[in-house]
Design a binder for this molecule. Structure first.
Ligand code: ZN
Length: 266
């Protein structure tokens, strides 16, 4: 691509990514609250003030209003701005890393962008509500039909194996926890998410994603127990860690796994 067109493409993806991120905020708030995504128009959840167009500009409105509602001055969660920034970054990264002159590259880049948005929703909804909605898991699984033919790192059958392994391993942990600990160690939504992610990533990148999710998850939970002194049986969502691990593997799985194999077999 011409350097100039390339830069214009990145800027456009970043801006569209910001606007999509703004919509993701609506999804993250309304889906768990069983609300319609289109109606009513966005409003303050404290005073019902209906947002004008200039209150709805991604990132800028949040900064200009100082993170407060224009009408009642109630604090608005910084999550709204974070979601927009994350989504814009990941959309730009999708184009930057995967878009090339081949059909595979273009399809993979678009798939990666869509998956970024879906995984951001899974991350924040599970974090707050400990729920992973099937609609997101289904989109991730269906994306596997794209990645299994467009990911140059994997063969199509790696994705079938990934789906089976992801589902099986998490199913064993799920029932193992019920048998041994007499409670759910993780939710059944995690099992479905792992199966869908395995099919989408292929077994190699799934292994990396789960490894990262487990290590980072253990460290964070340990810190929370130590610092916040959470009670012993408090339950934590695992979906945010899976989502973050899957996102990392989706973008950096190929180079990281190649580097690791080089260390061993180099
Ligand atoms: Zn308000």
């Amino acid at each position: 691509m011409d350097k100039y067109i390339e830069i214009v493409a990145y800027v456009m993806f970043a801006i569209v990514g910001l606007c999509v991120g703004s919509f993701l905020n609506v999804v993250i708030y309304r889906v768990p609250n069983k609300m319609n995504l289109a109606f009513p128009a966005s409003h303050c959840t404290t005073c019902d003030y209906t947002l004008k167009w200039y209150d709805n500009i991604p990132v800028l409105s949040y900064l200009m209003l100082g993170g407060k509602c224009r009408s009642c001055k109630q604090r608005i969660s910084p999550r709204y701005m974070l979601v927009e920034i994350f989504n814009a970054l990941l959309w730009t990264l999708s184009v930057l890393m995967f878009w090339d002159s081949t059909a595979e590259g273009i399809i993979y880049a678009i798939t990666a962008a869509v998956l970024s948005s879906v995984l951001i929703c899974v991350f924040f909804i599970d974090l707050e509500h400990m729920l992973i909605f099937n609609r997101f898991t289904i989109i991730i699984a269906v994306s596997g039909l794209s990645t299994m033919f467009t990911d140059s790192f994997t063969e199509w059958y790696d994705h079938i194996i990934g789906g089976l392994v992801g589902g099986a391993v998490f199913l064993v942990i799920y029932f193992g926890a019920i048998l041994i600990l007499k409670r759910e160690g993780l939710g059944f939504g995690d099992v479905k998410l792992a199966a869908a992610a395995g099919f989408m990533l292929g077994w190699q990148k799934l292994t990396l994603a789960i490894l990262l999710a487990s290590v980072v998850g253990s460290i964070v939970l340990l810190l929370l127990k130590l610092i916040r002194k959470d009670e012993k049986n408090k339950e934590y969502p695992f979906g945010p860690f899976i989502s973050a691990g899957v996102l990392f593997a989706l973008f950096f799985g190929s180079p990281v796994i190649n580097w690791y194999l080089g260390l061993i077999f180099g």
